[in-house]
Design a protein around this ligand. Structure first.
Ligand code: K7E
Ligand code: CUA
Length: 619
């Protein structure tokens, strides 16, 4: 940071303290800030104020839940920088209106997106791609070169309720999936609900990622008992090659799950040797179900083990060194640290619960695999990590974040958050090298900490300073519904482009000279090659016949940063946004009449003049 900007930051902090003073409070204990849980407003302001012209230190990528989108924030400012549309059309970027993105979305124009997963190399975020799951059994890949959704993979056969996703392995070999809702498989099979416990199945699926392009394909599937898999995390370093999933409903119950699935004292964490599963799949093991080979762990032993875990665990998180698997029993009030070495020893010694297997999957003895139970507080959900063995667990019922240290297993500090935290995200918190510094509490409710906007309230995300042992709440931010998980990556790991270089545009309908613009016809199929450049669409008008299938391909030939053009065609539900150097295509059937098109994206002093006419002659 330059000294000038430091001065600016300080003056802002002083200004804020002055405001606090003028309200009749001392700067160290301003009333409103105290109420908000901030002990020193000047320090908090200094830490979060990113002066005009300065840049944030981190990007945070937060899932948008059932909005189907991803939200990008700067940290520590907590400013919302951009929304990346993924599973839902988004007129702001024209997503879901052009032929390519419409096709990519398919028939499903919603998705419930929960867990973003930044691509990794050797267990560190590498800044290339971002994967995000959604409940309909799909995973999307966003390219961080241009922050655009490039691929939506799925719905994956046999996978129903894809909640345990899109966790990647340490070298982005796979993005993993696990089913929250068991169904009779393949999809479309009828089995009455009273046969749930025996004939409904869960599935774990590994989506293979092509190392150069990031393209996704189905790797393998593993058949699982009908319990509800919830969260997952890939082993790393010590536990590389393994994958862990939490689950609830070990009861295999149906009906009112809040009671029927909470009868037993223990549910399971599944430990899966994905490298062994990969090998078994390569050897052709498995049975065809729903068009894919599904490996049954009963027939191929050694792939899957279950570890008992107190009451309905939610989050399962692997420590940076890979030695501990931390699972939180959301109605148990403790967080359990399983020891990977002990898991391996127990497997070798066949230290299984006698007659305790689940559909042929051995259950390891709890006392043989757990290292510690940490009394973190009520409603523990998720854990993130910092440097030096620090761990941070979200407490939904206590509405707090608890910090503790691996190996010491004692709570060090606890801060209240507002209100009812779900996930939390720490800077580089899922890597082998977490940064500490910042932690964001992704709260489920905001409880009046903002100007009222009616009954549909925003979610609150609160920034905590975790650079010292005592955690400090330093900022409240509000978001659209509904971030579940988020990941925070060092800003200098991402290198976005600002324009699409002309020489890289290989679109067959791209043109770079207005002389090449125009209309060609083959039967009733009409192709319009169009150029968009400040401040004209060429052609400025074109004529087709009623019933023609019209394809308009627009190339924005600008090579200047942020020089976008939009193409709104009235009465057709067509709204494209074309970035500099990009070609976008839309196809529609012409209806008779005259229809204006115009640039929707303010681009120049003569933006308003950037308009034209589609003229459709009656047949
Ligand atoms: Cu805890 Cu879907 Cu990860 Cu919400 S999930 S909080
Ligand atoms: Cu082009 Cu406005």
């Amino acid at each position: 940071m330059s000294s000038a900007s430091r001065v600016l930051r300080w003056s802002a902090a002083i200004m804020l303290s002055a405001i606090a003073l003028s309200n009749g409070c001392s700067p160290s204990e301003p009333k409103s800030a105290k109420k908000a849980g901030v002990s020193d407003i000047a320090v908090a302001a200094e830490k979060t104020y990113v002066a005009p012209g300065d840049l944030d230190e981190y990007y945070m990528f937060a899932s948008g839940g059932h909005s189907g989108q991803m939200y990008v924030y700067g940290i520590p400012s907590m400013r919302h920088l951009v929304t990346i549309p993924v599973f839902t059309p988004y007129p702001g970027t024209g997503y879901g209106f052009d032929d390519d993105t419409k096709k990519m979305l398919g028939d499903l124009t919603w998705g419930d997106a929960h867990h973003p997963a930044l691509s990794e190399t050797n267990g560190d975020y590498d800044g290339r791609w971002l994967f995000i799951n959604e409940m309909n059994g799909r995973v999307a890949r966003i390219d961080l070169r241009d922050f655009k959704t490039k691929e939506i993979f799925g719905p994956v056969p046999n996978v129903s309720g894809n909640h345990g996703s899109a966790f990647v392995t340490p070298n982005t070999e796979y993005s993993m999936m696990a089913t929250r809702f068991s169904i009779p498989i393949p999809k479309g099979t009828y089995v009455p609900i009273d046969k749930y416990a025996t004939e409904y199945k869960g599935v774990v699926a590994a989506v293979k990622i092509e190392p150069k392009s990031g393209a996704m394909s189905l790797g393998f599937e593993i058949l699982m008992p009908p319990i509800d898999f919830d969260l997952g995390d890939a082993g790393k370093l010590a536990s590389d090659g393994w994958m862990f999933w939490s689950s609830y409903n070990a009861e295999r119950a149906t009906g009112k799950l809040e009671t029927t699935a909470s009868q037993r004292d223990q549910d399971y964490i599944a430990a899966i040797n994905w490298r062994a599963a990969e090998k078994a799949a390569a050897e052709g093991k498995g049975d065809m179900i729903g068009g894919v080979k599904v490996i049954d762990p009963k027939k191929v032993p050694g792939l899957v083990y279950l570890m008992p875990c107190p009451k309905s665990p939610h989050g399962v998180d692997v420590s940076p060194d890979g030695k501990y698997i931390v699972a939180s029993g959301k109605i148990a009030g403790i967080t359990v640290a399983f020891n990977f070495e002990k898991i391996q020893t127990a497997i070798r010694n066949k230290d299984f619960v006698v007659d305790g297997d689940e559909d042929g999957i051995p259950v390891l003895k709890y006392d043989s695999v757990k290292d510690a139970e940490v009394p973190v507080g009520l409603g523990p959900l998720h854990t993130q990590f910092g440097p030096n063995g620090m761990a941070y667990t979200s407490l939904f019922i206590d509405s707090a974040v608890a910090s503790w240290r691996l190996g010491e297993w004692k709570v060090i500090d606890k801060v209240p958050v507002s209100y009812a935290i779900g996930h939390l995200a720490a800077a580089e918190g899922d890597t082998v090298n977490p940064d500490g510094k910042y932690l964001v509490a992704l709260n489920k409710l905001s409880h009046g900490r903002h100007l009222s906007v009616g009954p549909s309230q925003p979610e609150s995300s609160q920034l905590l300073d975790i650079s010292e042992e005592k955690m400090k709440l330093i900022y409240d931010a509000f978001t659209e519904p509904e971030p579940h998980y988020a990941q925070i990556i060092k800003a200098d790991k991402i290198h976005p482009i600002e324009v699409y270089p002309k020489e890289e545009n290989k679109h067959p309908l791209a043109i770079w000279d207005v002389k090449d613009a125009g209309v060609t016809r083959q039967g009733n199929k009409v192709t319009v090659k169009m150029v968009a450049v400040r401040s004209t669409f060429t052609p400025t008008s074109f004529e087709v016949q009623e019933g023609d299938i019209v394809t308009v391909a627009i190339t924005n030939i600008e090579q200047t940063t942020d020089m976008l053009h939009g193409f709104g065609l009235l009465d057709y539900n067509i709204n494209l946004v074309i970035d500099p150097g990009e070609t976008k295509v839309v196809t529609f059937t012409a209806k008779k009449g005259v229809y204006p098109y115009y640039c929707t994206n303010f681009c120049s002093a003569l933006h308003q003049e950037m308009q034209g006419y589609l003229i459709v002659k009656p047949r």
